[in-house]
Design a protein. Structure first.
Lengths: 95, 527
């Protein structure tokens, strides 16, 4: 039973890696005025984030799919919080 | 980007804010207790101190059931339910179905059977009252009851939690529509020091947990209304209040044959069902035991990797397998499939520890969304005297609820040796809630109330494994020897949550000290 769910968690980690890259290059967070510059890359990353979930759905692994979507959401939230803390620490240093 | 006219946006903001302000604290209570209730079975197994086996239905049962049947008065031999308890024993409930004040109830004798066939407990009465008086599962039941109906009597408690589920749906939908840049702002967190930063904390957490919020709100409201309103109404309108008749019709009628017949060998039926289900068996229901038309319905857990399970129907006299049946109806249907998904999606119990852990984390995130929304509402009205009371209530419930839940667990373990847990678990919850009210009412800096209570919650959680052991609970070796990995896993989980509470409390208090926040401000203990 412990093995059921590991695939979903692994897929969530893959998606989280994509989320981390998206967070790193997010123009709004970085206050980057050249927002259109990387919009193609960001669009690709958004699609890539969903690929593990789509694959689980196509394979009919619905319990893994639910674990993927839940874990990816929690990890995504954590990544957003972490990047914001780092950003504020950087801002304080610069000031 | 969802473009709405200014007037429409204002209306949605009002709907979102006022529904949260009016029902937010209750919703927060339901979500926090639901987050704990994700591990309800594990909590019962961990706190009960009774070591059985991880799969109790794999042990021979037929001989002991025959012996107990002979000892049980005739009036209670109509039906038999067998349930695997979280601690790994078997509850065998010989009972008769009665109608008490228009509500169906089961009255009989409940035997608790240990894995070696010993009867370790016997109780007589109505099934729900016997279970409510069980001292070993009082803690898990207390959390579940708080989540399911906030301890408000039936059916009003269920209706209330159903309404809260709908309020959560309203908040989620209005939140999507009113937030113009929901997904482009998904990484934008500008720090809680500013009002806009507090809004970011709420909207970013809400966006990430949006699918979960929809699923939980819908399934929760569905379960509450179906149990409190839907099924009783259906029974009353279509079956003149006869619930048994309704269930027989929904699940497939069988021809009545009241001639006496020897019951089938239960061990043969259960071993066949175990092989057919390819999953542990959870519940066995024997109807009209000792008659030619007796039926045995076996409820297995879902197969590994699947979300829901079918029921297996056996002939109660011959032991022959009759058919599989879905959650409702006699053959597979879209409705039955959808209905079968409601439970797993709400409880997160479809893939053991992993799915429960993910649902636990999502529950904590949803609680944060609710509380940060309330705090945002209060921060915007910090200068209005009339709203300050709700600000203090938010701090009290926000930090006081987890504190009272942890205090209930402490009282449970202290009162377990004297078997008075049924009284002391809720009593300690109320006492701790009253204690938490003291700082919420009198502390000048109300923003420090919740972090302080979180720290106290963490301290209580850290002592729970020691109290469990001191109350006669099994050690890790003894638990693992019987296949109960739940005991060490729960010890570790409780300590981890305790440490998380203390660390988040320390960070919040330190940042408040550094920022020197104003007395009226309401900040969060942790991001």
């Amino acid at each position: 039973m412990m093995l059921v769910g590991l695939l979903g968690l692994g897929c969530a980690l893959l998606s989280a890696a994509g989320v981390a890259i998206l967070a790193a290059i997010d123009p709004k967070r970085r206050r980057d005025t050249r927002r259109a510059a990387r919009s193609g890359l960001r669009r690709l990353l958004w699609i890539a984030i969903f690929i593990p979930g789509v694959a689980l759905g196509v394979a009919g692994r619905w319990s893994e799919f639910l674990i993927w979507i839940g874990a990816a959401a929690v990890l995504g939230w954590g990544i957003a919080a972490l990047f914001s803390v780092r950003q504020r620490q950087g801002d304080e240093k610069n000031n | 980007v969802i473009k709405l006219r200014t007037r429409e946006t204002k209306t949605l903001v009002a709907v979102h804010g006022w529904s949260g302000a009016l029902l937010g604290l209750l919703l927060y209570a339901v979500i926090v207790t639901g987050t704990a209730a994700v591990f309800a079975n594990e909590i019962k197994a961990w706190s009960g101190g009774l070591l059985g086996t991880s799969e109790p239905f794999t042990r021979p049962l037929n001989a002991v059931i025959e012996r107990l049947s002979a000892e049980t008065p005739d009036e209670f031999r109509e039906d038999l339910s067998l349930r695997a308890t979280p601690a790994g024993n078997i509850w065998a409930f010989f009972h008769v179905n009665e109608n008490v004040g228009g509500a169906p109830k089961e009255r009989g004798i409940l035997y608790t059977i240990a894995p070696d066939g010993r009867v370790i407990a016997r109780a007589e009465g109505y099934g729900d009252e016997i279970v409510a008086a069980d001292p070993f599962s009082a803690l898990g039941r207390f959390y579940v009851d708080l989540h399911v109906r906030l301890h408000v009597p039936n059916p009003w408690g269920l209706i209330l939690t159903g309404i809260l589920g709908l309020a959560m749906l309203v908040a989620a939908v209005s939140g999507i529509l009113m937030h113009r840049h929901l997904f482009t702002d998904i990484f934008t967190l500008r720090g809680r020091g500013r009002l806009v930063g507090l809004r970011d904390l709420h909207s970013v957490a809400g966006t990430w947990t949006l699918p979960h919020a929809f699923v939980l709100a819908f399934t929760g409201a569905f379960l509450s209304f179906a149990i409190a309103v839907g099924l009783p109404m259906l029974a009353k309108i279509a079956f003149k209040g006869d619930v048994r008749e309704m269930l027989a019709t929904l699940n497939g009628l069988h021809a009545a044959d009241a001639r006496p017949a020897a019951p089938a060998n239960l061990d043969d039926v259960l071993s066949g069902a175990r092989a057919r289900a390819d999953a542990p068996l959870l519940l066995v229901s024997v109807e009209d035991r000792g008659r030619a038309d007796a039926r045995i319905t076996v409820f297995p857990a879902p197969k590994p990797g699947e979300l829901s399970a079918v029921r297996l129907i056996y002939d109660g006299a011959t032991g022959a397998f009759i058919r599989e049946r879905p959650v409702v109806g006699t053959k597979p249907s879209l409705g039955a499939s959808l209905l079968g998904l409601v439970g797993p999606l709400h409880f997160g119990n479809f893939a053991g520890w992993w799915s429960r852990a993910v649902w636990f984390a999502l529950g904590a995130a949803s609680a944060y969304v609710t509380w940060s929304g309330l705090s945002l509402w209060m921060r915007r009205r910090a200068d209005q005297r009339g709203w300050r009371g709700l600000g203090r209530a938010t701090a009290w419930v926000g930090g006081g609820l987890p504190f009272a839940m942890a205090a209930a667990a402490v009282a449970y373990f202290i009162s377990l040796p004297s078997l008075t847990t049924v009284f002391w678990t809720p009593a300690a919850f109320l006492i701790a809630a009253a204690l938490a009210l003291v700082p919420a009412l009198w502390m000048r800096h109300v923003e420090r109330v919740a972090p302080l209570l979180f720290g106290a919650t963490g301290a209580l959680l850290l002592v729970l494994p020691l109290l469990r052991f001191a109350a006669g609970g099994p050690g890790w070796n003894a638990a693992l020897a019987t296949g109960q990995s739940t005991v060490p896993a729960m010890d570790v989980l409780v300590v981890l949550v305790g440490v998380a509470c203390i660390v988040s409390s320390a960070i919040a208090l330190r940042s408040q000290q550094a920022a020197g926040t104003d007395a009226g401000a309401l900040a969060q203990p942790a991001e």
